[in-house]
Design a protein around this ligand. Sequence first.
Ligand code: GLP
Length: 232
Amino acid sequence: MAIKFEVWQNPDELYNRAVDVISTQLQDGATTFGLATGGTMIPLYKKLRNSSLDFSHCQSVNLDEYVGIPQDHSESYYTFMKNQLFEAKPFQTTNLPNGEATDVHEEANRYESLLKSLNLDVQLLGVGENGHIGFNEPSTPFASETHVVELTSSTREANARFFNSIDEVPKEAITMGISSILRANCILLIAVGEKKRAAIEALVKGEVTEDIPVTSLCNHPNVIVLTDLNVI
Ligand code: GLP
């Protein structure tokens, strides 16, 4: 297995290490970054905003976007990325799936074609409590490409904290598929907090199963996992 686990009990050190990985990638010539959203990424983006790293010659592709809320909604991933990173650290080009497209399935196909035309140097990943990556919920085929998903009630409940009520949480999203994610040359997964223990323990165990999407990373040659969980 080519997963390198690093346990950092101090979150500040963990996120410094994440910046370090990204900085090394930049120095080595990486120009295409797969970005992620979620609470886990907030401290990382804060450190990137405060760093001297320059992404102005780089392009980004985000993992996913909700369907059914406008781009300028406070909880859209478009707004999240703008506020957390892009306003302070401009990229040459940024890409997210368009959750407002008239035909979201066509939009998913467009996004997949875009991904295939790029050489994704690094993909940042968080993980859901049920082991989802992007919005690839349990049972998603590992061969999946960018597609429209119906969010599970557990994911909607987990994300309800960002909305006024669970009823406001979108029911669908467009997400990179698992095979789209695995095409990245390097994957940097960050998992912080007890709620992520089951997912990370499954990864450490190395039993690859579509029931736990994050275990698909066991099939990838270059993965770094940064966690504060004492799992190794
Ligand atoms: C969402 C996102 C994922 C993210 C996950 C965990 O469902 N689509 O990309 O990894 O939530 O989020 P958090 O970091 O807030 O725990």
